[in-house]
Every structure is written in structure tokens, then in C-alpha cells.
Ligand binder design. Structure first.
Ligand SMILES: [Zn+2]
Ligand SMILES: [Zn+2]
Length: 329
């Protein structure tokens, strides 16, 4: 089967390998669509992170069952959670794989087939298109939904989203869908324009006087909630300053640097900071309900490519010239 390998230095190759055999409790999925995630850019560029195949947002058809799998059948359409809990603790029972102390993150999904434990599969309704399903079972909509669930206060009026990669754009779409006023911030014109089309009320190019602009738009106060989707250390201080006193900053983007100053960022302005990672496995059905109620998530997808054109797909994505991108093996 064909799979891809990131070589670092923004290079990708497609290679032929033996299809993986399923271990007990696992299934093989024939990939229908695999989405590119902003978190893969570290690997793609080779910034000191293990390279390989970072695909972790895929949907497809069950092609083979490992021993002991009884909840799925060959031929069923499924979407998978890339974060898979041990299956045997209180958090797993509650459908919170991300809180399981022994969870594993699966990848290798930019390929014609991949392996995943059967318990990480959500069976897809027959009428759900692959494109939308890839967003509803991956972090594409999963993380914006998780963020929404953690900022449910009806008093929230204005939300600023800093960083308009696919996760930021997903937040723009969902937050505007529920009636909040959204301010989108990025450095790339393509993504600012896309954010407008997805429901942002105002967009700001972040080299402009960002904090002043956000204050102007909020009667001098700042946004009720700031969702930080940029993986850049310099943007963290901006995220706190863009929030009003008593407001909330939510972290979505991956960043592994120490950048917070508690007095400046939290104490003096009574700020609440929230961390959000991925989504809870059991959230799929609530996300599906939002979709059925008119959340047109497919608009997030701007490009689709065959696996053989993955180099073009990643190149465009990494330069900010796309929304969500799907590979179609
Ligand atoms: Zn992801
Ligand atoms: Zn567990």
C-alpha cells in the first residue's frame, strides 16, 4: 500500500510498504480521506520533532478485524479518534480518552490503510459525506467543539480568535454559528478572507496595532474570550492583553515554550486561562447534532489532493494558502 513519509526540510515522499496486520482488538481501515493538521507542521519542516507520517484525522471503511473485535463489521464506514485510551479506566468508560493516564496517540493515517483500536471508531451515518466526517471525528471540528463546550457562558458576546489556521477557522465558524461576534486575527491575507467568509465579523492583520484595534472594537474593554490558535510564543502576551478584565483566554495551538508571566497575564486583570486538547470521544454525537442543525463545516475544506500530490498539499498548507486540506488516498 502507499503511504507517505515526511523527510524534514519541507520534503515528502510517497512510498510502497506492506499493509499493517491488525493486532487483537484492532481494525484495519481503508482510508477514504485524511486531513492535514497544523500540528504536523513541526514534523513537516523538521523542527526537531520525529518526522514520519503524522496523519491523525482520517475516515474510511473497515477492511479487516483483529481477534476479539465484536463492535464493528468489515465494510462499515467509520471515523476514528487518534487519541485512544486504555479502554479500562474510569475516564475511558466516560468516553474521555484524552484524560486517560495510559492513552496512546495514533498516526500513520496519510496512507491507503492504517491500524486503530476498534474502541476508537465512531460508526458514521450512511448519509454523512467523507469530507464532513473527517472534520467531525478529527480535531478539525473536535477542538473547536471542545473549546465551545468550555466557554458556554451565555454572557459571552465577543470572541477574538488569534491564528486562523484550520483550528482557528473552525472556531470562527462555530462561535459565529452560535451567535457570538467574532474577531479573527492572522498575518496571512488568504486566511483573513476565508475567516470573513466563515462568519468573522471583523478581521485584523496582526501586524497592525492589534491590541488597540481589538479594544476599539470592544468599547475599550477587550474581548470576552480570546482563543489562541497560533503556535507562536510572541502571540501569547497579545492573547492576554486582547482579553477584557475578568475575561478568558483559551489555548488551542500547540506551543512548548515557557512564556507566561502570572502577575502581568493573570493576577492583575483577573484573567481565566483554559487549556483545551483534542475532543472527548463521546462528543461525536453532539457534534453531529450541531452539524445536522446547520453548521456547514464542509466550507472549512478548500483543497483535496490524491496521496501522490501530498507534497503540493503540504506546501500550500504550510504557506497559509488553504483552509482545511484533505488527502484522498
Ligand atoms: Zn490535529
Ligand atoms: Zn483509560
Amino acid at each position: 500500500m502507499k503511504t507517505l513519509e515526511m523527510m524534514g526540510d519541507s520534503m515528502i515522499r510517497v512510498l510502497d510498504v506492506e499493509a499493517p496486520p491488525p493486532q487483537p482488538g484492532q481494525v484495519i481501515i481503508q482510508t477514504a480521506a485524511s486531513a492535514i493538521c497544523g500540528s504536523e507542521m513541526y514534523r513537516y519542516r523538521g523542527d526537531g520533532v520525529a518526522r514520519g507520517n503524522g496523519g491523525h484525522e482520517a475516515v474510511g471503511t473497515v477492511a479487516a478485524l483483529g481477534d476479539g473485535v465484536s463492535n464493528l463489521k468489515v465494510g462499515q464506514r467509520v471515523g476514528v479518534s487518534a487519541v485512544v485510551g486504555c479502554g479500562d479506566c474510569r475516564e475511558c468508560e466516560a468516553g474521555r480518552f484524552t484524560w486517560c493516564d495510559h492513552n496512546t496517540i495514533y498516526s500513520q493515517m496519510h496512507a491507503e490503510q492504517f491500524v486503530i483500536p476498534a474502541r476508537a471508531c465512531n460508526i458514521l451515518p450512511d448519509d454523512l459525506p467523507w469530507e464532513d466526517a473527517a472534520l467531525l471525528t478529527g480535531d478539525g471540528m473536535g477542538l473547536p467543539y471542545h473549546t465551545y463546550k468550555r466557554t458556554i457562558d451565555p454572557a459571552i458576546g465577543t470572541v477574538a480568535v488569534i491564528g486562523l489556521g484550520p483550528i482557528g477557522l473552525g472556531n470562527v465558524m462555530l462561535q459565529s454559528h452560535i451567535g457570538r461576534r467574532v474577531i479573527g486575527v492572522d498575518i496571512v491575507d488568504y486566511r483573513l478572507n476565508l475567516a470573513k467568509r466563515l462568519g468573522a465579523d471583523v478581521v485584523i492583520k496582526s501586524d497592525e496595532a492589534l491590541i488597540e484595534r481589538i479594544r476599539e472594537l470592544t468599547d475599550g474593554a477587550g474581548a470576552d474570550v480570546v482563543i489562541m490558535c497560533a503556535g507562536r510564543a510572541e502571540a501569547v502576551a497579545d492573547a492576554f492583553l486582547a482579553a477584557r478584565k475578568g475575561g478568558t483566554v483559551v489555548f488551542n495551538g500547540e506551543l512548548n515554550q515557557e512564556v507566561l508571566a502570572p502577575s502581568r497575564d493573570f493576577n492583575r486583570r483577573d484573567i481565566t486561562a483554559i487549556g483545551c486538547w483534542y475532543y472527548h470521544f463521546h462528543d461525536f454525537h453532539d457534534m453531529l447534532a450541531l452539524y445536522r442543525n446547520g453548521l456547514a463545516i464542509g466550507k472549512l475544506i478548500t483543497h483535496q489532493f490524491p496521496l501522490g500530490a501530498a507534497d503540493t498539499a503540504f506546501d500550500l498548507f504550510s504557506r497559509g494558502l488553504t483552509g482545511k486540506v484533505l488527502l484522498r488516498p
